[in-house]
Design a protein. Structure first.
Length: 92
């Protein structure tokens, strides 16, 4: 499994091409905007989780473009962490 993490420093919707060529199974993007606010980005990544300080930008985005990867929120306690997204991958 290939996992890529990148601090895009904002504007991920304009920079997605700079990273998807890596063909990762899971991408973790720091300082990303919320895909819910950008329909073109949301339609492209489909399966994702986002958490941020406000509903617009500067959060953490976890997504997959691989149809064989199933992401599910683990439902764990966040232990008062600001940016904590527990994710289960393919039911493991």
């Amino acid at each position: 499994m290939k996992i890529v993490s990148w601090n895009c420093r904002g504007g991920f919707r304009k920079k997605i091409e700079e990273i998807i060529f890596l063909n990762a199974d899971i991408y973790i993007i720091q300082e990303s905007e919320n895909p819910d606010n950008y329909p073109k980005l949301k339609n492209r990544i489909k399966t994702y989780f986002y958490i941020g300080e406000n509903d617009k930008h500067k959060g953490v985005l976890i997504f997959t473009l691989n149809e064989n990867i199933a992401l599910k929120h683990a439902g764990w306690e966040d232990f008062y962490r600001r940016f904590f997204i527990p994710v289960v991958v393919n039911n493991y």
